[in-house]
Design a protein around this ligand. Structure first.
Ligand code: ADP
Ligand code: X2W
Length: 253
């Protein structure tokens, strides 16, 4: 049995192929223990703009003051998380929504104060995850808590998925709204650490893709078995990519 950490990006949530949900359940029947981590960036942007609050990002992270934190937490835990749980449970009533506060699922380390209430996951409560996975599929929202102060923190969903996959020694699937990592309009089926450094230097990998691919390298060095970036809109992309490297991009050292 091995863990499959499946990160569903906010960009694809409204356009997710139904077969991805079927694939998650197929993986569970076969040799995998699925853990889902979801994002929700576009949903948070929409909510903030409704409230007249501007979305600001530094180094790809949302600058999170009190009000942004409230809206982010409400959107991720109150709106996006139950939507993902509902979609899975329509197929099989097995998903449960959680975040870092539930069962002390993970600890956090706040990042620099220039980001506001933004943290990284510093360690994962493996026992709690193992317990949940015995009977269900956890759907994790990227909100954590400082257990001493009770302060909540906003966490980038990719970075949380990397940490969970490394600590659980699992395979990581990043589901996004792109067919994979594109170089000169073609999907690269394999990327090594050297390729990644080159393509960042030539700016063929840019923006939100930079933390995704560099985070992948760190995750693999830290114990994650493999990282695949796959298209959420494509039929059975998850199942196909778990079997071969023909879908999306596989990152290796
Ligand atoms: N070489 C590349 N191939 C594909 N996408 C890239 C590349 N370089 C940068 N990007 C950008 O990275 C984005 C995906 O990252 P991000 O927006 O963080 O996804 P998500 O919200 O699904 O996690 C793409 O939409 C694209 O704009
Ligand atoms: C600190 C930080 O930036 N947190 C992210 C959390 C959601 C996320 O990561 O969503 P995607 O995967 O859809 O981008 C945010 O507030 O947008």
């Amino acid at each position: 049995m091995k863990y499959a950490v499946i990160k569903i990006g906010g960009s694809i949530l409204n356009n997710l192929s139904q077969t991805i949900i079927e694939d998650i359940l197929t993986l569970k029947k076969e040799n995998y223990v699925p853990i889902i981590v979801h994002g929700g960036g576009p949903f948070i942007n929409k909510q903030l703009s409704k409230m007249g609050v501007e979305s600001k990002f530094v180094d790809g992270l949302r600058v999170t003051d009190d009000e942004v934190l409230r809206q982010t937490s409400n959107t991720l835990i109150g709106e996006v998380n139950p939507q993902v749980v509902y979609q899975i449970n329509q197929h099989a009533p097995i998903a449960i929504g959680v975040n870092g506060i539930d069962m002390n699922l993970f600890d956090i380390e706040p990042l620099h104060s220039k980001y506001g209430y933004v943290a990284e996951c510093s360690s994962v409560n493996k026992d709690a995850i193992e317990q949940i996975c015995l009977y269900s599929i956890p759907v994790v929202a990227p909100i954590g808590i400082d257990r001493n102060s009770g302060q909540r923190y906003n966490i980038n969903a990719d970075s949380l998925a990397y940490k969970i996959a490394s600590e659980m020694k699992g395979d990581l699937f990043l589901i996004s709204d792109i067919p994979g990592v594109l170089i000169k309009d073609e999907v690269k089926s394999n990327l090594s650490i050297n390729d990644i450094n080159n393509y960042i230097e030539t700016t063929e990998i840019y923006g939100g893709m930079i933390p995704k691919v560099t985070g992948a390298i760190t995750a693999i060095k830290d114990g994650c078995k493999s990282v695949k970036i796959i298209p959420g809109a494509s039929e059975h992309a998850l199942l196909k990519s778990s079997i071969s490297n023909k879908v999306g991009t596989t990152i290796t050292l």
